[in-house]
Design a protein around this ligand. Sequence first.
Ligand code: AMP
Ligand code: ZN
Length: 468
Amino acid sequence: MKLYNTLSRTKETFVPVEAGKVKIYVCGPTVYNFIHIGNARPMIVFDTVRRYFIYKGYDVNFVSNFTDIDDKIIQEAIAEGVTAEEISKRYIKECLIDMASMNVLPSTTTPLATEEICGMVEMIQTLINKSFAYQKNGTVYFRARKFEDYGKLSGKNLDDLQTGGRSLLVSGVDEKEDALDFVLWKPKKEGEPAWESPWSAGRPGWHIECSAMSKKYLGEEIDIHAGGEDLVFPHHENEIAQSEAANGKRFAKYWIHNAFLNIDNRKMSKSEGNFFTVREVAAKYDLQVLRFFMLCAHYRSPLNFSEALMKAAKAGLDRIITAVDNVKFLKDNTKVIALTDKEKELLCKIDGFVVEFEQAMDDDFNTADAVTAIFELAKFSNKHATGGSSVAFLNMLQETFVKLSDVLGLIVDKKADMLAKDIELLIEARQDARKNKDFAKADEIRDELLSQGIVLEDTREGVKWKKA
Ligand code: AMP
Ligand code: ZN
């Protein structure tokens, strides 16, 4: 299995730090609004990465945080006349609803920055003790140049960075020793939420939050650290510096970054104002379609969002769901149980689609090619699943569809499953009506099911149903 490591700028073979286990940390959103579909891209992409590791038999520990204290949250709170906590709690709740609708698995742990201040203060203190950090008037800075590898992730040249940052020093905006130094702790301003620390009542810098939360929940060395490509510098560069300086160990073995989701080929972002929220898209489409749309592209390729592409994604997903529905319908109606000789010959073809799918995913999570393998399976299924197919063959097809789609987080037999559950409930209600000698109601339920194409059969073993 290969993945592109931003750190080495090459595709590397994945070798876990600890055999059989994968520890992943994904930087979560800052919660001051509904999430937009750009934020949804890393959620969907790294959830799929996680699902593929699970599929491969790894024990995955997946941590993704919420940044629930930040200037933007405070600004929104002031604008609405409520507390910062009210804003962050509200949008965490909404974000979790969106994530569930996109079929993103809940993280093993979802830490909130504001509940982890203790670990951050401890880490900052360690950095001060090791002379990697210093305090000036209640603000603590990281001494970037002291960390020899500073710049290794982003490949930035320190002298270029120095020139960029000099104007701040000249203008006296802050009191850093060096323009490259960044904030670990800042004192509070009037009216801002604050926590006690040895340096001032204040709050942590954004970068130290992830270093501390990753350490607490995953340990000092992890396998994969992930996020959108805009986080490479400064956020991830600074996380590496802090964690490796404090712990004296390599922080993350692999760094993976998704490319941006654009609108009209321009970066979609809250600050530019050119974004759609996930909620807005959900009003028009099942969010499975959004998920499918995202996975039809490679995660390291920029992706342009448009109505036409969403329609195409919907049609593509429908093609797969229809193929699965067809298999289920045939299975409910066939009288052939065991594999026929012809079907036995076809089995290796089904295995071939699984191999194609895995090869695509093994190649740096190429979900676009993995989707193609599922399309091929659908084409094959539409051709070979017929009225004369056996239950065994149809089962094999259905299970393969579900197994592969599940890796991508796509639910392709939901309709039929929900239907089956609804039918069972109605049958139960009909049995109750009969027990109570309410035959009119029992007949009414039977007719209702019939109108939906479901035929009931009263047998000695109980009531059975089939599609008409
Ligand atoms: P933020 O709330 O801005 O910290 O972003 C949360 C996550 O969404 C980060 O991993 C960002 O890199 C990612 N992100 C933000 N905008 C986009 C976008 N337009 N396309 C892809 N990822 C994005
Ligand atoms: Zn982070």
